[in-house]
Ligand binder design. Structure first.
Ligand code: NAP
Length: 178
């Protein structure tokens, strides 16, 4: 597939690199400097290049939306027409300092995004909280080394399922509480 990466930070950079490595054609877009996009494209093994959000979206089979919630309007504006496109979004509706969800605790933001781009198909994925949010938890507990995957929430049975899945893929994990 041709995959347009819109937002090439931690999520977009990593996922775009994985997609390119898996044989997809990837266009990295939307960072504060073009050099970074070019570096990502160079370092990704496979068919990857840098472009504008409009170029990333044009002719894409799928678009990965990976910007902070506060940048969504700007990036959609730059991307242009998204009619009929499949948008995979990992942009969680969080406030500017990533300390709170701005729409609601059970809302992924997909519906709000779909209202902005009514003719696109929106899929929500990678919908975890940015890892930085949890750094304080580990500083407070003085845990060393940090696990590479943490999970949290209010629902006990769901957390048991999450723990099983994380163990199944061979990752270290820890429960971070609520
Ligand atoms: N990180 C996680 O663990 C994680 C997990 C799940 C979901 N999410 C969600 O995924 C989304 C992206 O997170 P992230 O961690 O990938 O964020 P990030 O690293 O900050 O990436 C955001 C991208 O947007 C670009 N950007 C920001 N402001 C810009 C501007 N004014 N002009 C042009 N480009 C601009 C950044 O440019 P630069 O590259 O130049 O900084 C970066 O490429 C967020 O909504 C977050 O909540 C993150």
């Amino acid at each position: 597939m041709r995959i347009g990466i819109v937002g090439s930070g931690l999520m977009g950079g990593k996922l775009g690199t994985i997609f390119a490595g898996a044989g997809h054609e990837v266009i990295f877009s939307y960072a504060r400097g073009e050099q970074k996009l070019k570096r990502l494209a160079r370092e990704a093994k496979g068919n990857a290049r840098a472009g504008t959000p409009r170029e990333a979206v044009q002719d894409a089979d799928a678009v990965l939306l990976a910007v902070h919630w506060s940048r969504v309007d700007d990036v959609l504006n730059q991307a242009g027409d998204l009619s009929g496109k499949l948008i995979v979004t990992c942009s969680l509706p969080m406030n500017a300092d990533n300390t709170a969800l701005v729409i609601g605790h059970t809302n992924s933001g997909a519906e709000a995004l779909a209202e902005k781009v009514p003719k696109a198909r929106v899929v929500c994925a990678f919908n975890t909280v940015p890892s930085e949010v949890l750094f304080g938890v580990y500083e407070a507990r003085r845990k060393e080394p940090r696990p590479n995957l943490v999970y949290c929430g209010d629902d006990g049975p769901s957390k048991e399922v999450a723990a099983d899945l994380i163990r199944d893929v061979g990752a270290d994990s820890d429960e971070a509480g609520r």
